[in-house]
Design a protein around this ligand. Sequence first.
Ligand SMILES: [Zn+2]
Length: 502
Amino acid sequence: VKEVAVSRTKVLFLALDAIEKDLVRAWTDDGSLPTLKMLLGRGLRGSTFVPQGLSVAVWHTLFTGCTPGEHGRYYYDQLVPGTYKTRIMRPGEVAREPFWFDFSRAGVRLAVIDIPKTDVTGAVNGLHLVDWASHDPDFRERPRSWPQGAADEATLRFGGDPVAANDFGGRGPSDATSFRDGLLRNIERRTRFYEALLTEQDWDLVFGSFDDGHQVGHLCWSIHDPNHARHDPALAAAIGDPIKDVYIALDRAVGRVLAAVGPEALVFAYSSTGMGTSNTGYGLLDPILCRLQGVSERRGRLHAAVKARWDKLPRTIQERFNRLKSTSREAILASGRATRDCFAIPMNDDGGAIRINLIGREPLGRVRPEDYDRFCDDLANDLMSVVNAETGAPILRGVIKSRDVHAGARVDDLPDLLMDWNAEAPIRAATSPKVGVVHQTLSPSRTGRHLPEGWLAVIGPGVPTGTLNRVVPITDFVPTLARALGVPGTTGGSFMRELFGH
Ligand SMILES: [Zn+2]
């Protein structure tokens, strides 16, 4: 009798990082994504939302189960509290512990695979792979793993990363064909890895990601979207839609992973954020603040010139000199910040971040604590009245005050104000009566940016078909997994009641 491998994995959590819900809807409707159609049609489905203004904090929030105000992480390059300088953070540097340590202590046997924005920082009860097949590392170092050597073993067996050099930054989507084909090979390599993981060993929890949809969304959105300002019809005609190709490959991959895990497991399919056209005013923010405060933009212009050259460098070179970049930028910017009421601090291009130079918190503070709220409100009003010089529409949809939405002991580690750009049109220049006209050079590399809404689908024995009647906060995932696996002591919301009625 031929023995058939049967997985005894109890819970599978599969993150399809930054897979856009509207594309999923369109391509499940046209029959291109049968596995996702099954998951969303048969499972309990719902939507999730990133921490407001902080799409980059989504992973730290998910795997600590804490809000950004509690875990204090918002970007890889953060302001050092009590100074005017920023510092490159280590990926694993976060004030709250990732859930896999607590789960390991409780005896949960788990595999944590390629979760973005993390690092191997200690022993887990099972396997932990970092950056083995993912493409958004804070630094591209060798893949890391617990136990040590597991990443190298996986590479020996399933091959190395085929998308190593052709990645974010610099080169843009002109070599989109080889980029797309590399992602497809990477999806195949990951899928074989997950099939082996699930059929050869028993796990209480496999918590893993496919981030290929994330990569292709950032770099190939202008090929996909005919309305994008940089859409090239000839390129699109020549290679088709790389985003659809990758989504179809991911759908097949999920089908194979589901077949490997079998029908007895509780399965979560999750997308952290969405993806859409990237139109940001990121490069305008500090010049606008300088104009509003009547201070020189000289430092900002010098930094912008340095950054424009930097953005043209190949990713591999950028990685080698990332810390040097940070140090030199800080040398340009930090002393100027101390003399201002507020200033922009680093954030990903999707967003924008402002620090208020607050008396009692900053070493040379200028804004009195009793004036903080009014200062923020006045500044937000000034920013909201700035319009796109080409369209006349406001450049911002909103300005978010961190203290209003991100409660927690570390809320002062976060930027004070976060920008929500109006992405309807490219923002080359902006204007208002107070500001005059400011210009920016658009970044050449990323044409897709994150949208704040994600989605989830859950299937498994006893899980009802239907739609969750609330948006699930990302902080609910860890408590939900804890309750599903019987891990004691985890507090916070969960959606177990919606899953199992108790
Ligand atoms: Zn991204």
